[in-house]
Design a protein around this ligand. Structure first.
Ligand SMILES: [Zn+2]
Ligand SMILES: [Zn+2]
Length: 195
């Protein structure tokens, strides 16, 4: 495809970038690329000028709604992508993956890395992110369960309510088979409750 002049946009024009499946404000060019800015503000990204077109009213609206939502969640000038948490190796890896995808202009790989990073952060950095934390409460309505299984033939006692019942099963199994080695587990139930 040859360079065309029909895709020159005025600064501030809201355009659609198919590579990132994103709508942004046209900021001008940087070398061979067009610079686009997210509607709510944030980090600019580079797009291929020849692939851009003016955004439809529907695209502009949903991008504006997204921008408003993310502003209310993270504060106006935050980039839309989560930042890695300091000294966390997993964050660093995922952020590197994302930055690498962004540098390659691989929008879907960038989104994938973003999703993984968000998921990781929700799971491991909830207090830092100001997300709701749940308290782990033992479920007293369901008692502990005792279970034992023979390591030689894999036969098992099934879940028993009392340790003595599991031991009784062991005694019987050894009498019958001569098997003498068991794996014992104790399980209990817990409920995550919001504080
Ligand atoms: Zn992390
Ligand atoms: Zn056995």
């Amino acid at each position: 495809m040859t360079e065309s002049t029909e895709n020159q946009f005025e600064t501030g024009t809201v355009v659609y970038d198919p590579a990132s499946d994103n709508v942004g404000e046209y900021q001008g060019t940087a070398g061979p690329y067009a610079l686009l800015r997210p509607l709510g503000g944030g980090r600019e990204w580079e797009a291929r000028p020849e692939s851009l077109r003016a955004a439809t009213p529907g695209e502009r609206l949903s991008a504006a709604v997204r921008a408003a939502n993310s502003r209310s969640f993270q504060g106006a000038s935050e980039p839309l992508s989560p930042a890695p948490v300091r000294d966390c190796a997993a964050c660093a890896d995922l952020a590197a993956l994302r930055d690498d995808a962004r540098a390659r202009h691989d929008g879907s790989a960038e989104t994938d890395a973003d999703v993984l990073l968000r998921r990781h952060q929700r799971r491991y950095h909830a207090p830092l992110l100001g997300l709701r934390e749940y308290a782990l409460v033992p479920d007293v309505s369901a008692g502990a369960e005792y279970e034992t299984s023979c390591t030689e033939c894999r036969a098992g006692s099934g879940a028993r309510q009392r340790p003595a019942e599991a031991e009784e099963w062991q005694q019987g199994h050894t009498r019958e088979t001569g098997h003498a080695r068991y794996r014992r587990t104790v399980a209990d139930y817990a409920v995550l409750s919001s504080r």
